[in-house]
Design a protein. Sequence first.
Length: 106
Amino acid sequence: MLVITEPANIYYLRGYDAWSFYTVQALVVFQDVELPLWIGRLVDSATAHITCYLPVDRIIPYPDVYVQAADRHASQFIADEFFESRRARKQWELRWGLTTIRIETT
């Protein structure tokens, strides 16, 4: 699994284009799953659906309580989505299984 957070690289890979580059957004690409996951602000999820050509179940929005908050960060939402959901929902276990997580850095 590769977690891509650089807006230019997300655009290059899926065409996602929005003015929300100042907030955390991620494209998660899997080695053995055809479609990636887009994770970003709830307000941007409609744009992700249109510009990324992803089905709704591949778009995971986080609420605005994570934006510019001193006590929480959207990156924590993304991490929780991987680890909490993977344990809680069988479908995520089947998709991800045991995998190595890589994070893109610039």
